[in-house]
Design a protein around this ligand. Structure first.
Ligand SMILES: Cc1cc2nc3c(=O)[nH]c(=O)nc-3n(C[C@H](O)[C@H](O)[C@H](O)COP(=O)(O)OP(=O)(O)OC[C@H]3O[C@@H](n4cnc5c(N)ncnc54)[C@H](O)[C@@H]3O)c2cc1C
Length: 321
């Protein structure tokens, strides 16, 4: 029986693990091995990493740090969770076994929906982005193509207008865009194309949008992918661009496995927590990171992981008194 079970070893789970390890609890992190933080090639808005750092490198460092405090890790998928008399029990997919803990942190994040187009995924975080608050800055002075679907794509293009004045929105799935959005796109000078994308093109504009160029820190050995150069459309048109943003909507929220615990979820399946403690409505269960409501940024995930850990400690201390 562990003091703390953490499901999800991304930024929220790792930061919580470090904090809980330093309280000297027995902690186990169960993680599938990939998530938003393994996809992003370069985070450039995190304090201390002016040239950017890849998610994989940050996770490697975070895991090493957590392990130095005795935190255990297991690669597996949690498929279900239930209460038992002393805490919680998790069912695992590959081993078929189960794990028990006195407290539980849900840090399983979300997955972005995007089409499987060769050359798209490896550019994520380098020259193709998903989060305007994180990477809108990277579009300053660059021709930028929003690759998306319906209203989410239109809204992304309008949001990016804050940084970028050379934008095209390609509505790949041709889902309807309302007349209000179309009118706003037109008014903001954003080109609009309804056409399927068949290929991602490679370009030449490699560097991040700042003076320091080069590989993300700690990743000097890993070759950067060829930069985004635009797209080839089904009707044969080539749309040139230096930056891409994806916005297809319908992202997957990884909270289904925890549903039976009785946690409260929004309609979009994000988990509701107390803003002060990050505890869910079920005593003994916390949630942190992208799985929560509107917190889809790396440093916010880390902050929430630490916040949840502090309150898990308060609860565990109460129990042992
Ligand atoms: C392409 C891209 C670029 C981004 N760029 C930036 C940026 O520049 N700046 C920024 O601040 N943020 C950025 N973000 C957002 C940032 O990556 C996320 O906010 C952050 O990763 C959230 O951390 P998390 O721990 O909540 O989730 P994740 O990092 O997604 O980790 C969740 C983990 O849970 C695991 N998991 C899920 N379900 C299960 C299960 N049932 N059992 C076991 N394990 C499970 C997954 O395998 C995953 O490892 C970007 C995201 C993407 C996709």
């Amino acid at each position: 029986m562990y003091d703390c079970l953490i499901v999800g070893g991304g930024f929220a789970g790792l930061q919580a693990a470090i904090q809980l390890g330093r309280y000297r609890y027995s902690v186990l992190v169960v993680d599938k091995g990939y998530g938003r933080s393994t996809l992003c090639g370069s985070y450039r808005n995190i304090i201390g990493w002016p040239q950017g750092v890849s998610g994989q490198e940050l996770r490697r460092l975070g895991r090493m740090q957590a392990e130095s405090y005795g935190v255990h890790f297991r690669q597996d998928e949690v498929v279900a969770a239930a209460r038992h008399e002393e805490g919680f029990e998790l069912a695992l997919r590959s081993s078929g076994g189960s794990l028990r803990g006195r407290t539980l942190l849900i840090a399983t994040g979300i997955s972005d929906r995007y089409p499987s187009l060769p050359g798209l995924e490896d550019k994520l975080g380098y020259s193709v982005f998903v989060c305007p608050d994180c990477d809108g800055y990277e579009t300053v002075g660059k021709r930028t193509a929003v690759l998306g679907s319906g209203v989410p794509g239109a809204r992304m293009a309008l949001t990016l207008r804050h940084w970028c004045d050379d934008l095209v929105y390609i509505n790949h799935e041709r889902h309807a865009v309302g007349s209000d959005e179309l009118e706003r796109l037109h008014r903001e000078g954003i080109d609009y194309i309804e056409m399927e994308i068949v290929q991602i093109l490679e370009g030449t504009d490699q560097g991040p949008n700042k003076e320091e160029k080069g590989a993300p820190q700690g990743d000097e050995e890993r070759p950067a992918p060829a930069p985004f150069g635009g797209v080839l459309l089904k009707d044969g048109r080539r749309i040139q661009a230096d930056r891409g943003f994806i916005a297809f909507g319908g992202n997957e929220v990884h909270s289904e496995w925890a549903r039976k615990l009785g946690i409260e979820r929004m309609e979009n399946r994000h988990i509701v927590t107390d803003p002060r403690t990050k505890m869910t409505h079920v005593p003994g269960v916390w949630a942190a990171g992208d799985i929560g409501v509107h917190a889809e940024q790396s440093v916010i995930a880390m902050g929430e992981g630490a916040q949840a850990a502090i309150w898990m400690h308060k609860e565990l201390s109460k129990q042992s008194r």
